[in-house]
Design a protein around this ligand. Structure first.
Ligand code: BES
Ligand code: ZN
Ligand code: ZN
Length: 474
């Protein structure tokens, strides 16, 4: 299925109905059909007279608005079932064009790799027509949407891939393939490399698994790298989180293949950055490991020495993401970035606090947090600030080490987990760092908004927008 700019009429013409206002140019047959269907401008409907498809949207009073994307996500899933080859849509402006393209492309993905019977469609071409936007501008919007949403769908596919296949080695190899394809630099640390880096926290998490851990470091340099700002994205890549010896109950373990969502989002970000040729230096760091049980598993009571030198008392092996990230963030800090962001399915508490659909944004710099939320909104992703405070930081006191890997109170534990990570960010980078807890939106077992069942690719769109918005400044 392709989206094209150009004034062509499709087999079906799509019309957007805003605030229930029906077009004045309806034919007699169309009017009679709508009356028969008792259609009052709410919901989507196919009118067989003249082959018209209405997509209805309503102005929303929410500060966050995704109406067009969500409406086209639904519309494309219905239209793909019709026996048509082409579809045309009239476009008013580039913002509308962007949201429509994104909704269509986000709706054109579902995880079917393991199904014998794949869904089929006859729909081949979608024409964006406009008297108000030039063909050139439309083409630019379509190209960019294609790049970014194919990265979202790439991340979705990797996250959905079952843990028996998507091991740390599998993801690292895919990163290598991506690097080759897009001419990125790719450095991979295996167990020996991690030992050399003294990543005692990361290594402990991976110990019991027969699938060894890897740290992947991808880098992209723009053509004109002189004044380009430097971004580093760090992703939690637990290809499976069984909880370790602090084993998760069965119900909570299912879906933990998605604990690699942060790392997969980082791969998606790197892919788009390179394909769009953005004027920024961008690094992607993936902490890939499996949190399993076994005779050599790390244990509650162990004391780990992290790369930064800080010792960590383990009291719960299910709080493993922060251990992997502690070492990855310390490694990332050495790159001295202007912007340092980590993406992680870090805590169930974040889902409790914000609901399934919203990313938790944390850090020490209010301006940076707000600017990220602005970017996420523009890109169509929900996010909200969870504020740090010094009282929660005190909960990490350990009697036997510098820090404990779980706080002494379970209240506010999305924030305290973020503050644990903050302990591994050097002072000079604290106001450049953001922690994004994507535990809620990364993987939802039902379709929502512009997302199908399963992985959403949360973080990819928001982070690309964030980079674009910060290229001019620095
Ligand atoms: N990967 C989980 C967090 C998670 C939970 C992600 C639900 C997505 C959905 C993480 O490693 C974890 O288990 N965190 C514990 C921390 C606790 C032991 C302090 C949690 O949130 O319960
Ligand atoms: Zn865990
Ligand atoms: Zn985890």
């Amino acid at each position: 299925m392709k989206i094209l700019a150009g004034n062509k009429k499709g087999n079906v013409s799509l019309i957007i109905i805003k605030n229930k206002k029906l077009p004045k140019t309806l034919t007699k047959d169309q009017k009679a059909f709508l009356e028969l269907q008792n259609y009052k401008g709410e919901g989507n409907i196919f009118i067989p007279y003249g082959n018209v498809y209405f997509v209805s949207i309503e102005e929303s009073s929410y500060p966050f608005c995704n109406t067009l994307r969500d409406a086209f996500f639904n519309a494309i899933n219905a239209l793909k079932k019709l026996n048509i080859k082409t579809l045309s849509i009239n476009i008013e402006n580039t913002k509308e064009a962007r949201e429509i393209c994104e909704g269509i492309l986000l709706g054109n993905y579902s995880f079917e790799t393991f199904k014998e019977k794949k869904s089929e469609t006859t729909l081949e071409e979608i024409y964006l027509n406009s008297t108000k936007v030039s063909q050139k501008d439309l083409e630019k919007v379509i190209l960019e949407a294609n790049v970014i949403i194919s990265s979202v769908n790439y991340a979705r596919e990797l996250i959905n891939t079952p843990p028996m296949q998507a091991t740390p080695d599998f993801i690292a190899k895919d990163a290598q393939r991506l690097a080759k394809e897009l001419d990125l630099e790719c450095k991979i640390l295996d167990t020996k490399g991690l030992e050399k880096e003294k990543m005692g926290a990361f290594l402990a998490v991976a110990k019991a698994s027969s699938n060894p851990p890897f740290l992947v470091h991808l880098s992209y340099k723009p053509k004109n790298s002189k004044n380009a700002p430097k971004f580093v994205f760090v992703g939690k890549g637990l290809t499976y989180d069984s909880g370790g010896l602090s084993l998760k109950p069965g119900d909570y373990m299912t879906t933990m293949k998605a604990d690699k969502s942060g790392a997969c989002a980082v791969l998606g970000i790197m892919q788009s950055v390179a394909k769009l040729g953005l004027e920024a230096e961008v690094h992607g760091i993936l902490g890939l490991a499996e949190n399993m049980i076994g005779g050599n598993a790390y244990k509650p009571d162990d004391i780990l020495i992290s790369r930064s030198g800080k010792s960590i008392e383990v009291r719960n092996t299910d709080a493993e993401g922060r251990l992997v990230l502690a070492d990855c963030l310390s490694y990332a800090s050495d790159l001295e970035p202007h912007y340092l962001l980590d993406l992680a399915t870090l805590t169930g508490a974040c889902v409790v606090a914000l609901g399934e659909y919203t990313t938790g944004v944390m850090g020490y710099n209010s301006k940076l947090k707000n600017s990220f939320i602005e970017s996420a909104n523009q890109a169509g992703e929900l996010s909200a600030i969870l504020p740090f405070n010094p009282y929660l930081q005190k909960l990490y006191k350990s009697e036997v080490a510098d820090l404990c890997n779980i706080p002494s109170s379970r209240y506010g534990s999305a924030i305290s987990a973020g503050m644990f990570l903050g302990e591994f960010i050097p002072q000079n980078l604290q106001d450049k760092w953001l922690h994004l807890d994507i535990a809620g939106p990364a993987y939802v077992e039902k379709s929502w908004g512009s997302n199908p069942f399963g992985a959403s690719g949360a973080g990819v769109r928001a982070c690309i927008e964030f980079i674009k918005n910060n290229i001019k400044e620095k």
